[in-house]
Design a protein around this ligand. Structure first.
Ligand code: HEM
Ligand SMILES: *[C@@H]1O[C@H](CO)[C@@H](O)[C@H](O)[C@H]1NC(C)=O
Ligand SMILES: *[C@@H]1O[C@H](CO)[C@@H](O)[C@H](O)[C@H]1NC(C)=O
Ligand SMILES: *[C@@H]1O[C@H](CO)[C@@H](O)[C@H](O)[C@H]1NC(C)=O
Ligand SMILES: *[C@@H]1O[C@H](CO)[C@@H](O)[C@H](O)[C@H]1NC(C)=O
Ligand SMILES: *[C@@H]1O[C@H](CO)[C@@H](O)[C@H](O)[C@H]1NC(C)=O
Ligand SMILES: *[C@@H]1O[C@H](CO)[C@@H](O)[C@H](O)[C@H]1NC(C)=O
Length: 328
């Protein structure tokens, strides 16, 4: 009797771990494609590496693509879907995405490579999640593990994409948008640190340069020489609206804590960045990350994992798209 109970006990545990957790809770799993697509991580990493080798900015663009995927309908690859005539409205033409989000063709190319080895097996949103991680680490971020098993959505929501956090809105609004996705104020500060790489168009911060809040003067919080430089690159006329400026000009392509060092030096580019260093809910974290690069890199991975779990479809929900641009 005693012996029987002893044997049964671990089996019950195994049953719970291997079956119930999948079938009942549909959790993501680090080894989700371990047997069905063993080379997945290599294929993705190579695709991301070659895209960045060709175009350094692509590291930043892939991270942002993943953010804009996860904040609309959850991480379901909805941002990757093209419009189809008037019958299907995608998210690519939403204001925050159009002429701004980049990297769609990189994900499409990696997906095509993955399909050669593992047809109809790996979701587009999992590929994008891995690609964002790889892009960040190639640029200098610390590695983090990505659990897999997300499935692709069959719908998109352009209205929701138009409500992605904007550089013109208040920190209160931005925090509540993050909260509605299960992310907290710390995640706002940490994930904004992605602005340590990549570029912004002049129109996203030009209101700070010449007539801030109708004052007829620049934002008094902008450091003088930083302001002068921006006024030169982004003169007060509409033809400079789409000119690109580095989000972190001292170390543009390096994934480091330079973003926070800029913020404490009144050299944050976007209004939504700058406010993190003045609001008492976030300022102490900004100072912390400006001093401790390792702390930022560690926390960044943790917040990216949280973001990658927003509203994921698992189990039988959604689908595994064959082409990331169209539902099957
Ligand atoms: C907190 C709210 C956020 C606001 C208001 C915001 C706003 C912006 C804006 C306005 C741009 C420039 C777009 C353009 O000029 O075309 C930008 C670029 C970028 N954002 Fe954010 N962002 C936010 C959060 C995030 C998050 C959470 C991430 C990722 C974790 C992220 C990653 C990036 C990256 C990497 C770029 C550069 C992209 C490139 O060069 O292609 N941002 N963001
Ligand atoms: C994985 O890649 C290795 C080479 O890196 C190759 O030999 C092997 O056949 C690939 N396996 C699959 C299942 O594609
Ligand atoms: C390389 O990058 C340029 C933009 O800098 C882009 O136009 C081109 O399509 C890219 N080529 C490849 C093979 O990715
Ligand atoms: C799309 O997003 C908007 C704004 O978040 C929401 O009100 C609406 O219900 C969504 N539509 C669908 C079909 O989910
Ligand atoms: C602050 O920014 C200015 C101009 O960008 C630069 O000259 C100065 O060295 C910076 N100070 C620190 C402490 O980074
Ligand atoms: C921030 O300041 C306000 C008043 O200025 C105060 O009520 C609040 O408790 C402060 N919050 C923190 C986190 O220090
Ligand atoms: C600053 O960093 C330390 C760890 O280095 C941490 O214990 C502390 O809570 C952080 N403070 C803030 C406000 O983030």
């Amino acid at each position: 009797m005693e012996r029987k109970a002893f044997i049964k006990h671990p089996l019950v545990h195994l049953f719970h771990i291997f079956f119930l957790s999948h079938l009942v809770f549909c959790q993501l799993d680090y080894r989700f494609y371990g047997s069905t697509c063993p080379n997945l991580t290599k294929i993705v990493r190579y695709g991301v590496w070659s895209a960045i080798a060709n175009d350094t900015r692509m590291a930043a663009s892939l991270i942002r693509l993943h953010f804009h995927d996860c904040f609309v309908n959850g991480c379901d690859g909805s941002i990757l879907l093209d419009d189809v005539g008037s019958t299907f409205v995608g998210e690519k033409t939403a204001m925050p995405n159009q002429n701004s989000v980049r990297g769609y063709e990189v994900i499409d190319r990696i997906k095509a490579d993955v399909e050669k080895f593992c047809p109809s097996t790996v979701s587009c949103t999992d590929i994008l999640t891995l690609a964002a991680r790889d892009a960040a680490t190639i640029a200098g971020a610390r590695y983090w593990m990505v659990a897999l098993g997300r499935r692709d959505g069959r719908t998109a929501n352009k209205t929701a994409a138009n409500q992605l956090p904007s550089p013109f809105e208040s920190l209160d609004n931005i925090i509540s948008k993050f909260n509605s996705k299960g992310l907290d104020t710390k995640d706002v500060v940490v994930l904004s640190g992605a602005h340590t790489i990549g570029f912004a168009q002049c129109f996203t911060f030009k209101h700070r340069l010449f007539n801030f809040g109708g004052s007829g003067k620049p934002d008094p919080d902008l450091e003088t020489s930083f302001l002068k430089g921006l006024q030169n690159v982004c003169p007060d006329q509409t033809d400079s609206d789409s000119t690109l400026v580095a989000l972190d000009s001292p170390t543009t392509n390096r994934f480091d804590n330079g973003y926070y060092r800029n913020l404490v030096n009144s050299s944050g580019l976007l209004q939504s960045d700058h406010v993190l260093s003045t609001d008492n809910r976030t300022a102490s974290m900004v100072v912390n990350y400006s001093k401790y690069p390792y702390l930022f890199l560690k926390d960044f991975g943790a917040s990216m994992v949280k973001m990658a779990n927003i509203g994921v479809l698992t189990g039988q929900d959604g689908e595994i798209r064959k082409d990331c641009k169209v539902v099957n």
